[in-house]
Design a protein around this ligand. Structure first.
Ligand code: CTP
Length: 408
């Protein structure tokens, strides 16, 4: 097997009533392993083949079946529109002949069909049925109709079927379904193959061999951006200051640095080969002008530290960017935020600036959430709500996607 697939997306997994549903728990696990959040929506018929309890336990969310659940005397509406909007991806596996027929004809007699009719995200089906059913003209027609409407199919494979017959109709194995989803999503992505440079975390500026000047940046925002860009198919160069974080996607090429000077040297080397740079690192603006060779002793008077400016890496990139390179900076402002960020966008020749909030609860350094405003060259600010850093990364990349030059 090659590198593990990474699919950090919200997957709505539809499970319908065929014998291949016994593999659904393995599919939930494979999707999880690839980084996806999974919400199961299963048909009533699927209950005969696989236990909702197993699926709820493995997915970490209740496996849903009914549009209205009679939960302990007080019915709960499982909102199909919300579920469909939540999903980045709808995967129906196994998809029976009956389900394909209902999908092709727009029938809406259960929660799964209501979700499918509401879904605007990519939809994949993994058909599974017996040989003759799969060959039947009606099934072929239904599949052709669905493919014509943009539904993508995975499998079925040839092999031994539950009936004992051998032929086409077996559901693709769960690991292969995940591999095909990952490949299809990244190949189609405008990020596919783009080289993206991302900086993350603080820098530490040495005073002596044991002490440094630093800042409170955790690197979480930069790492979330790196994961999201890699998941979209980009080739990510991540330059990380001193942080306690791991990059999950094996395709992220990480270089660790400590000081602003090291970050500058690394970024300058990598930038010319990149299509896009996102500078989310909190680079120190000053460093001690002299670094003591030995640990400074506390005897005597406290030392007075003389500081000197570090190089502004982002400004260097802005001055040196070529052709269609896209440059995104971050700004952390405490006064006159919008105007200062707009000024920075101009001064540093940026295409987009992400204005970080420090004032809102749950935003800024160290938190798992953030609240930002995106400002482009039109200078219009789009203020986003408080969201998880993963969601902020998605929103930032959605906006950057509009700035990417079309592939030649
Ligand atoms: N940055 C950089 N190199 C530096 C300092 C900052 O590349 N030496 C980048 C950061 O990664 C960020 C952006 O510049 O993308 C904004 O940094 P910030 O410190 O907020 O702004 P400054 O331009 O330093 O201005 P000021 O401190 O006056 O607000």
């Amino acid at each position: 097997m090659g590198a593990p697939h990474v699919l950090p997306r919200r997957v709505l997994l539809g499970i319908t009533g065929g014998i291949a549903a016994y593999k659904a728990p393995m599919l939930v696990r494979a999707l999880h392993k690839a980084g996806a959040q999974v919400q199961v929506v299963m048909t009533r018929a699927a209950h005969d083949f696989v236990s909702p309890l197993v699926l709820s336990t493995l997915s970490g969310r209740p496996a849903l079946t009914e549009l209205v659940d009679p939960a302990q005397g007080s019915p709960v509406w499982n909102d199909h529109v919300h579920l469909a909007r939540w999903a980045d991806l709808l995967v129906i596996a196994p998809a029976t002949a009956n389900t394909l027929a209902k999908m092709a004809h727009g029938l809406c007699d259960d929660l799964l069909m209501a979700c499918w009719l509401s879904a605007e995200c990519p939809v994949f089906v993994a058909p599974a049925m017996d040989l003759e059913m799969y060959r039947n003209a009606a099934t072929r027609h239904n599949l052709a109709v669905l493919q014509g409407r943009g539904v993508r199919t995975i499998g079925p494979e040839e092999g031994e079927l539950a009936s004992g017959l051998v032929g086409e109709g077996r559901m693709t194995e769960p690991d292969d379904i995940v591999a095909q989803l990952a490949a299809a999503l990244t190949d189609a992505s405008p990020w596919h193959g783009r080289r993206v440079l991302i900086t993350a975390g603080p820098t530490h500026e040495a005073m002596d061999p044991v002490r440094f000047i630093g800042n409170r940046s955790s690197g979480k925002m930069g790492f979330a951006l790196a994961e999201e860009a890699a998941a979209r198919g980009a080739r990510v160069e991540l330059i990380a200051g001193p942080v306690g974080l791991h990059a999950k996607n094996p395709s992220i090429n990480r270089t660790d640095v400590v000081s602003a000077a090291e970050m500058a040297a690394c970024a300058k080397e990598k930038f010319p080969a990149c299509d896009l740079a996102i500078m989310s690192a909190a680079v120190a603006d000053w460093r001690p002008a002299a670094v003591a060779g030995e640990k400074m002793k506390k005897s005597g008077r406290p030392p007075v530290l003389a500081l000197e400016p570090t190089e502004d890496i982002l400004a260097w990139m802005g001055a040196n960017k070529q052709g269609k390179q896209v440059l995104v900076g971050f700004a952390l402002e405490t006064t006159d935020a919008l105007r200062n960020a707009q000024g920075k966008l101009d001064r540093k020749n940026l295409d987009l600036i992400v204005l970080n909030s420090l004032r809102d609860q749950g935003a800024g350094f160290g938190h798992d959430t953030n609240k930002v405003t995106l400002i482009d060259r039109d200078k219009k600010g789009e203020e986003l709500p408080l969201m998880s850093k993963a969601d902020v990364a998605r929103a930032i990349l959605d906006r950057i996607e509009q700035l990417l030059p079309h592939a030649e």
